[in-house]
Design a protein around this ligand. Structure first.
Ligand SMILES: [Ca+2]
Ligand SMILES: [Ca+2]
Length: 232
């Protein structure tokens, strides 16, 4: 709370600023009127009031409705119609979010897919119900879609082919296996671990797979003739 007096041209202005709003008190000191007259002007800080809950993909989020609510304090003096637009509303995927034009409550109506739309940006409007004039600047409401682990890793190719000269140095890089996972990047749900499931010819392991990078390195005893014999 800040309180300050300012003397200006015979008028004392006393400002009292309160965090939740703004109250301006004006004291007029006129020579003709020894009793100071108080006038109090109150102005609510105008703002869109908003909140938005995050939604989880692949599940019914409607039990958390309304997932967002928008409200303009112009509501007190004007008939307001709320509307929304954007992806998930009037652009594909259509009709996922709907707004109650009177209350500003935003509901989610269907299941969402993070891999298709990781964040919905909802543009919100508050228009005068009769004139259609915007009573507030458009507001952007972001609804993040939380990831679930619903995608397996996929190899970039069905067959990777590599070659290596015999008698190569230990641990020589033979090839790198590439795979991707469509779940959220840099998240446990998209983390990939590589592993050699089996080798032909069977026998002692000829290669070492780096679990994290997919790099295949030579083990220390590759001999073409031995491998050839093993494969026979
Ligand atoms: Ca995954
Ligand atoms: Ca996912």
């Amino acid at each position: 709370r800040i309180s300050k007096n300012i003397q200006y041209s015979g008028i004392i202005l006393k400002y009292i600023c309160i965090i939740s709003g703004l109250e301006l008190r004006l004291i007029e000191n006129k020579q003709t009127n020894k009793n100071a007259r108080w006038k109090t002007f109150r102005r609510q800080k105008r703002e869109w009031i908003k909140f938005a809950a995050a939604c989880r993909e692949g599940e019914d989020n409607s039990k958390r409705n309304p997932i967002a609510r928008i409200r303009s304090d112009c509501e007190e003096n004007n008939p307001i119609t709320y509307s929304i637009s954007g992806a998930g509303i009037d652009r594909a995927p259509y009709g996922i979010f709907v707004v109650n034009p009177r209350t500003g409550e935003i509901n989610i109506t269907s299941i969402v897919d993070r891999e298709m739309t990781p964040v919905f940006v909802i543009r919100c409007f508050a228009k005068h119900s009769v004139t259609g004039v915007d009573l507030e600047p458009p507001l952007e409401l972001r609804v993040r879609v939380l990831d679930i682990n619903d995608n397996p890793p996929i190899f970039a190719q069905t067959v990777f082919t590599g070659s290596i000269e015999e008698c190569s140095m230990d641990n020589t890089l033979v090839m790198k296996i590439i795979a991707t996972d469509a779940d959220e990047p840099n998240h446990l749900n998209s983390k990939i671990a590589f592993k050699i499931e089996s080798q032909e010819p069977s026998g002692p392991p000829m290669f070492i797979m780096n679990k994290y990078t997919g790099e295949l390195h030579l083990a220390n005893y590759l001999d073409r003739e031995v491998s050839f014999l093993l494969s026979k």
